[in-house]
Every structure is written in structure tokens, then in C-alpha cells.
Design a protein around this ligand. Sequence first.
Ligand SMILES: Nc1ncnc2c1ncn2[C@@H]1O[C@H](COP(=O)(O)OP(=O)(O)OP(=O)(O)O)[C@@H](O)[C@H]1O
Ligand SMILES: [Mg+2]
Length: 505
Amino acid sequence: MIPATTGAMWGFAGTTMASLMFFWSMFRQFVPNELQAYIEKFIYKMMGWVSIKFSDHTGEGLQRSKAYDSIRHYLSANSMARAQKLKANESRNMRSLVLSMDDHEEVQDVFEGVKVKWYSSVEKSGTKTKMRERRYFTLSFHRRHRGMIVDRYMEHVLREGKVIGLRNRERKLYTNNSSGDWSYYVEGRWGNVPFHHPATFETLAMDPVKKEEIKKDLIKFSKGKDYYKKVGKPWKRGYLLFGPPGTGKSTMISAMANFLEYDVYDLELTTVKDNSELKRLLLDTTGKCIIVIEDIDCSLAFTGQRRKTKEEEDDDDDDDEKKNKKKKEAEEEKKKDENKSKVTLSGLLNGIDGLWSACSEEKIIVFTTNFVDKLDPALIRRGRMDNHIEMSYCKFEGFKVLAKNYLEIESHDLYGEIKRLLEETDMSPAYVAETLMPKSDEEDADICIKRLVKTLEEEKEKARKLAEEEEKKKVEKESKKKKKAEEAEKKDKKIEGEVKEKEEK
Ligand SMILES: Nc1ncnc2c1ncn2[C@@H]1O[C@H](COP(=O)(O)OP(=O)(O)OP(=O)(O)O)[C@@H](O)[C@H]1O
Ligand SMILES: [Mg+2]
């Protein structure tokens, strides 16, 4: 680990030690990595050197160590010219390569005229199929500098490393692996891909006033470190996005992530086995991130509640056979859910609250749902979900944004007509966007706008017919119910008459 060329530069006291180090630096390359560490430890001890070891995971290995990451960034930026073996990773947006120290490599650093050495190591444990890997950095220095190293040098490394890390980092989209794949040898609890979603607040079709409010809220949150500390609140914010399908809930999450430059953790609850697994996943997230749980109403134990409401709704269904069938189906689905995951509502609430209190760095959690009324109030109460945002059907302001994005126009003779139609028709921004998109090179803005008007008129007509049918069904159901009640009354009266007759006899 000591480069042959730099071995003689070490400059420690004593000719014997100097010669020992020199010989060691010559032979080091012939000694296996694991043995090198032991020999060097021995030599350092003889030289009066001490060391500090930093693991890539903290405590019980639940959480990734921020100190380790900062050291890695610091060393990548500061000591690469002196390392012999380097690892190359593709950087942000894959434009260049980022070099870092390879395993079992050593570099030296100088701070306030004092030389220190950093050694990178990796330890493997477990079986072949479930291999665990732990990485370490070991800092070695002469014991007479202990005070300065612990007080000033470490602070310098962590501060610089954090800044470099933020500058270099490529934002990521994380998804949770199922617990069967939680061997650290692969990716760990979260797999990731670079996050390159193009959505921004500028391209998001929604009420401009609401949009500005959300942006202001996000800025206030991201700059609120001292404020949250002052009021004694964990630095977190919860958003609930609700609305019909295709109204831009997922798009809004990407826009938020791009706006704040945060990572996104897409948490798929159905693959989380139980509450403790959920807690581990949440603890393994980094700061500056958005944790997303999509379609929370369709997840796990909450479906039970949702189904119960559905059953209650269906109670007035007069067809017994239908009712039994539905009940059976619901029970079967419930059983399937139970096999899949045992995460409960209280487990999720504890996981979220525990997470906030355990981490000092900023985090946003976002739930999305199509059915806000079916969620348990405990899940979305203010303080847990601070901001409830309704994503609604496309209105004229939203349409103008879409027309600008998709057709690059800001006005058209038919805008007035479209405004009127959008007020009378429920059409999602996703549908409007799809209709506006040119389908070939021959289609210009005019054709696309006319297609939208036609589609809106068709949708309006469809909705009118549907409402008519619904009304008809309702009337039929009412009259059926009335008829049934009348028949029952008649039957009761008949029985009553018969009983009376019998009594009289
Ligand atoms: N408000 C919007 N602004 C801009 N584009 C939108 C908007 N809503 C939807 N879209 C377009 O429609 C597509 C689907 O939207 P998105 O996935 O965000 O909807 P959603 O509300 O998450 O739907 P679901 O409830 O089905 O998950 C997006 O990729 C985007 O192109
Ligand atoms: Mg969505």
C-alpha cells in the first residue's frame, strides 16, 4: 500500500525505522492485501502511529455512514494524484469519469505541515450466495498530532468532502429491492438508476397561483434548517397529492425533485415484508431526498379498509348472489395481500415518524392517491402530511401550458371555445396532452388544436349520455326498491289479517 517511490519520503524519526519502511515498500507488492494491513499496523505501532477506522455503515449497519461518504469524496478530489490504483466510475450525466481510490490502496495527505495516511479496505463475510461487504477507510497519524487531527483535520475533511459530494453527485432514482436480495454484495436495500426525468414546474399544467405557492413552500422548506432546529421540529415535510388518474401527480414529484435537486426514493410497499423491514429501508435513505409512496390507498393493510368501505357501500345491493360473490372475491384478495406484506398502517406511521426524528437532514415524503376520502385520517393528518395538494382535471390555464409545451403556441382563434369546453368537461391533463401531440410531421398546431376541440365535444357528449344513463338507473333502482317495499307491506298486512282472523275464530 505504500508506493515504492513514496516510501522513502515518509520522513519518520530513526534510521532503523526508515530502512524498515524502505524495505517494506519494496516488498509490499508481493504480499497479499489482507497481510499487508497487519504488517503495516505493526510497523505503525512501532513508529508511534495511531489510527482511526471509518466504516461505510454506522452502528449495527442500519444506516449508510455520511462521514465515510464525505471522506471518500475528499480523498477522490485531494489525493488522487498520489494513489497508485484508482477506480473509475461514470460521473454525473455520464459526461466524464470520476476517479476514486481502489480497495487496499493508500494515499497520504498533508494538513498544517503534518503527514497523515489514508488506507482503503474491504471486508467480506457471509456465504457465497449472501455475501456481505463492508468498506473502511483507516486514518493513520503520529500520536503526538492526535489533538490537532481529531479537532481540526477531521472537521476539514468532513466539511470539504460534503461540499465536493454535493457538487459531484448525480441525482438518483431509488427503488427498494425485495428483502431476498438484501445482500450487501449486490446493491443493498435500494437499487438505483440515474434520475433524468425532464418534468419541471414550467412544464407542469396546473393553476399558476397554486404552482407558485408550492414552489415557495419548497424553497422555504429547503432553506429552513435553522428554523426547524429553533422550533425543535425534525426537518421534514409531508405532501399528499390527490386527484384522478392522469392529472400529473407523478409528474409533480419529478418536478419537485428537479426543482430542489433531490434524489427520489420510490418505495413499493407491496414488496416490503414487514414493519421492521420498512424501518430499515427508511433509515437507509440519504438526506436531500423525496420518499414517494404512490397509490397509498391501494397498498397493503389500507386496502382492507378500502374494501370494507366498498362492502358497506354495496350493502344496499339487492342481489344476494352478487353480494356473496363480491364478499368472496374481497376475502380472497385480502388473503393474497396478507401473504404479500405485513406492513401495517401503524407500522408505516411509526416508520415515518421514527425516520424524521432519527435524521437531521432534510427529507420530503409524498403520498399519492386517487381516492383521498378512503385514506385513514391518521395517515394524512396535518403535521404528518403538511400540505394537501389537489391535482385536478385540465382547466384553461393548464391547457395554455400544455399548448406551449407541445405546440409552441400561445394563442389561437379556438382558445375561447376550448376554455368554455374545458369548464364543462372533465378531461385529464394527460388526455389533453396526448390529444395535442402531433402524430406526424404533417400535423401542425392548427390540426392538433382542432382535434382537441373535437375530442372535447365528444367527451362532453359522452359524459352527458353517461349522466343520463346513471339517472335512469337510479330511478329504476328507486322504483324497484319502492315496489319491493310495497310488496313487503302488502305481505305484512296479509299476515296480520290472517292472524287477526285466526284470533277471532
Ligand atoms: N399536470 C400535468 N402537466 C403536464 N403534463 C401532465 C400533467 N398531468 C399529466 N401529464 C402528462 O401525462 C402523463 C401521465 O401523468 P402522471 O403519471 O403524472 O399522472 P398521475 O396523476 O400520476 O396518474 P395516476 O393517478 O394514474 O398515477 C405524464 O407523463 C405527463 O406527460
Ligand atoms: Mg402516478
